[in-house]
Design a protein around this ligand. Structure first.
Ligand SMILES: Nc1nc2c(ncn2[C@@H]2O[C@H](COP(=O)(O)OP(=O)(O)OP(=O)(O)O)[C@@H](O)[C@H]2O)c(=O)[nH]1
Ligand SMILES: [Mg+2]
Length: 464
């Protein structure tokens, strides 16, 4: 990779905007300490002389106006044992954006540059402190929605994925080394035979490992992005009421008018450790109303993209044509069928319903009275963890970029195998195998294009 090491000093506010007891303004780079020192009250400790990894009480003073801005704590961390492998000073100041912003402005006037989003982590990567998959884990960690997704990110930050990829590449390296032997001693026929044998062996081995990793991809993606759960049903069965109940919040409008929800509403909620992206949809029915019709279209789209469907029926009414249609539409999907309004007299023929549903069980609930919701939450959890062998320490692939690279490496290995079948010369096989090796390396950030790096890091939040 083409790394031009920048050594200018960057600064940003690292705490989220809003009210809080403290905010943190962070400096990283060669001049971090001298810039911090230039805004202290000079009668206080000299930060350029303090030992690394120490914390100091002091003030922030504008050297031009002599105005004291805040009373702060300075944490001084000298390279190389820091997050960015550069000198870092973190200033803990009073909370609220005004103070933190004033301090940041002052640091910029004293020679620091405003950091781009993700630039601290980008430097950690460029300075070799972590590989790309670990840097991506930092981002996942910030966005983690449940304990499970946090574990996943932590594992990756730990370098678990890197180690695994490293071991795959090691296997390919053994085969590639054998090719060199082959090139050095071309006069021995059995060397050539030996070489293709080892290449085949290793290609198959690595393909199997890749397949195993890719199997975990869906699971990993769900942990990261949430299980897309669409609440589907005809109008007025209580979909929005259910959404509000699971969220413990009145997000969606509920009325007794059919067609209340006109658009898709998405909300994240943690149900017993399962991260759900709950999607409330417009009730599905034939309608002349143009706005509602667009809503119904969107509901159908949400349905087709869902990982899990909560199909809501109204058990105080008999089964309608639309119910039948929805039952048949979801028959191949992961679904939970709910009979809502269990508090009202029952008009729904359960035998008929079971006939329509086949194997799928149904669960009577009453959102109004809060009955059956506990069971529903348990069912969601069981469904989720049943489809997941849930190896506690498994390395999950959760990142689309990683999935794409693994798939490409797998294809390159297919080409190696096909080449062996048709007795292709060893040096041509070597090209494909080297490509597989390179592609796996890209997961950790080797040979990755500068633009991709910039784009990846720009997804971070400011100050990270
Ligand atoms: N009796 C009874 N009424 C309920 C129950 N759940 C919801 N309702 C009522 O049913 C009506 C419709 O509820 P909504 O949640 O708006 O239904 P919806 O499925 O979102 O309707 P649309 O958005 O129009 O498709 C409201 O008056 C709710 O108060 C329940 O368990 N029992
Ligand atoms: Mg609704």
């Amino acid at each position: 990779m083409n790394i031009t090491k920048e050594f200018d000093t960057i600064a940003a506010i690292s705490t989220p905007p809003g009210e809080g007891a403290i905010s943190i303004v962070r400096l990283s780079g060669d001049d971090a300490v001298t810039i911090a020192q230039s805004v202290t009250n000079y009668k206080e400790k000299d930060l350029t002389k303090v030992p690394t990894h120490t914390i100091h009480y002091g003030h922030i003073k504008d050297p031009k106006t002599n105005q004291v801005l805040d009373e702060v704590m300075y944490s001084v961390m000298l390279e190389p044992k820091t997050f960015t492998r550069e000198n870092i000073v973190e200033i803990n100041c009073h909370g609220g954006m005004v103070v933190a912003n004033q301090i940041l402005q002052l640091l910029l006037r004293q020679g620091a540059r405003l950091a781009e989003p993700g630039e601290f982590t980008k430097r950690a990567f460029l300075n070799g402190r972590m590989d790309l998959s670990q840097a991506e884990a930092v981002m996942d960690l910030i966005q983690a929605k449940t304990n499970e997704s946090m574990d996943l990110a932590l594992g990756q930050l730990d370098g678990r994925l890197s180690q695994l990829i490293h071991s795959l590449r090691q296997k390919l390296l053994v085969a590639l080394a054998q090719v060199e032997v082959n090139i050095d001693y071309p006069e021995y026929d059995d060397v050539e035979e030996m070489t293709t044998k080892i290449m085949k062996e290793k290609a198959l081995e690595v393909k199997e490992d890749i397949a195993h990793l890719l199997e975990t991809a869906t699971q990993g993606k769900i942990l990261r992005e949430g299980l897309a759960t669409a609440i589907i049903g005809r109008p007025n069965v209580g979909k929005s009421s259910l959404l509000n109940d699971l969220l413990l919040e009145d997000k969606a409008i509920v009325t007794d008018i059919e067609g209340t929800t006109r658009d898709v509403i998405e909300e994240f909620v943690n149900v017993r450790g399962v991260p759900l992206k709950l999607i409330d949809t417009a009730g599905i029915r034939e309608t002349e109303d143009i706005v509602e019709r667009i809503g119904v279209e969107r509901s159908r789209k949400a349905l087709s993209e869902a990982d899990l469907v909560l199909l809501v029926l109204n058990q105080s009414e008999s089964i309608t044509e639309m119910d039948r249609e929805l039952i048949s539409l979801t028959k191949d999907m992961q679904r939970i069928v709910l009979l809502n309004k269990n508090d009202l007299p029952n008009k729904l023929d359960k035998d008929e319903l079971q006939n329509l549903l086949g194997e799928t069980p149904f669960l009577p609930i009453s959102v109004l009275e809060g009955r059956g919701i506990d069971l529903l939450e348990q069912l969601i959890k069981d469904t989720f963890f049943a489809s997941n062998t849930s190896e506690k320490d498994a390395t999950y692939i959760s990142n689309t970029r990683h999935v794409a690279l693994l798939e490409q490496a797998d294809m390159a290995l297919d080409e190696v195998l096909e080449g062996i079948e048709v007795d292709m010369p060893v040096d041509l096989l070597q090209i494909d195998m080297t490509r597989a090796w390179d592609l796996l390396g890209e997961i950790m950030g080797e040979n990755v294009q500068d633009e991709l790096i910039t784009q990846l890091f720009s997804q971070f939040c400011l100050g990270k």
